[in-house]
Design a binder for this molecule. Structure first.
Ligand SMILES: NC(=O)c1ccc[n+]([C@@H]2O[C@H](COP(=O)([O-])OP(=O)(O)OC[C@H]3O[C@@H](n4cnc5c(N)ncnc54)[C@H](OP(=O)(O)O)[C@@H]3O)[C@@H](O)[C@H]2O)c1
Length: 309
């Protein structure tokens, strides 16, 4: 498994992260198999959030399963996110909510510290001084080692950076062959004939690279937000044809090629996979060894329905 050193953060983390959003549907035995299979494939980073499952069910299931994996806490990096409160229909970055969310995550996960804590989607009512106080307390108490954000545009990160002392080392954002807005706008810059040119994120990719913030790509196989995967989806014939050709050439699965497309980008991003099927995990992790050429990368991008201006 390819590893990266997150600048100002943990070293030797796997380029592929196992996302745990879909874990509440599993038994603890099946969850243990997912955690262990991913680890055996070289994954050492697991992504959670307080909102994955009712009352943090993904974190609870992970902790119930963990003793059956044969792993130790220090073998892996555990990340969680807070701020999305679906039960209350609001986003909440108050100090009180950040602190209580971390306590809840640690209790559910049955661990002493989070390797990384991300603020999930922006709470437009947040007070950056309160976030700074919360981060200071979490750092001082040792409950959180590193901090980051998810789904933030550069100006929002700048505002936060003005107040918090800790480096913001991660921005977790959506990126897939189908949802490639992070990349599109740079290619179609200033082009009024296509909506691919719309700058939807304030150049988040370049901003993160300039500011030593690692991008974590969520839902790397999804259509839209929760539209199912494009793998084997008859609505994406050209994409599946190109994925198949490259998969046959590289002797891996189509899903592995789709993940390799993200890892091929020079920004050294991590891809967060969501499958709960151990065979799919094994297939996908082969992406780490795939070397897509410059031409392959563009061929996949074009097959996903884009064109070059
Ligand atoms: N920060 C955010 O706002 C945010 C938002 C959403 C998600 N996330 C994170 O990103 C992670 C991944 O999200 P995701 O689950 O949407 O990711 P994904 O990996 O794009 O999608 C997973 C889905 O694709 C299916 N799949 C995977 N490989 C397949 C294959 N070879 N053939 C057919 N189907 C396949 C899986 O089904 P099987 O289980 O049957 O394989 C599963 O239903 C989450 O766990 C979470 O950690 C973050």
């Amino acid at each position: 498994m390819k590893t990266i050193n997150i600048i100002n953060g943990p070293m030797n983390v796997s380029a592929i992260i196992q996302g745990c959003m879909r874990m509440p549907a599993l038994t603890k035995e099946a969850a243990a198999k997912v955690i262990r299979t991913a680890y055996d494939c070289g994954v050492n980073f697991y992504d959670h959030a307080t909102c994955y499952g009712e009352n943090g069910a993904a974190e609870t299931r992970f902790a119930e399963a963990f003793p059956f994996t044969g792993l130790k806490r220090e073998d892996i990096y555990i990340q969680s996110k807070c701020g999305l409160c679906f039960d209350r229909n609001e986003f909440d970055w108050t100090k009180e909510n950040i602190l209580s969310s971390v306590d809840d995550s640690l209790r559910r996960l049955n661990i002493e510290y989070l390797d990384t804590l991300l603020l999930h989607r922006p709470d437009v009512l947040y007070d950056p001084e309160e976030v700074a106080e919360a981060f200071d307390e979490l750092e001082k108490s040792g409950k959180v080692r590193h901090f980051g954000v998810s789904n933030l545009v550069p100006m929002q990160i700048d505002l936060l950076k003005k107040y918090v002392k800790q480096p913001l080392i991660i921005n977790q954002v959506q990126l897939s062959l189908e949802q490639s807005q992070l990349i599109d706008q740079a290619l179609y810059m200033n082009n009024k004939t296509t909506e691919f040119s719309i700058n939807r994120d304030g150049n988040a990719l370049d901003y993160c690279r300039l500011n030593d913030i690692t991008i974590q790509a969520w839902s790397p196989l999804q259509v839209g937000m929760f539209g199912g995967t494009f793998i084997d989806n008859p609505e994406f014939p050209e994409l599946n044809k190109t994925l198949t050709d490259l998969a046959e050439r590289e002797n891996v699965s189509k899903a592995a090629i789709a993940i390799a497309w993200i890892l091929r980008h020079p920004a050294k991003m991590q891809a967060i996979i969501g499958t709960m099927n151990p065979d799919h995990i094994k297939d996908i992790c082969a992406a780490s060894d795939v070397k897509l050429s410059h031409h392959d990368w563009y061929a996949l991008y074009l097959a996903a329905g884009k064109y070059l201006p």
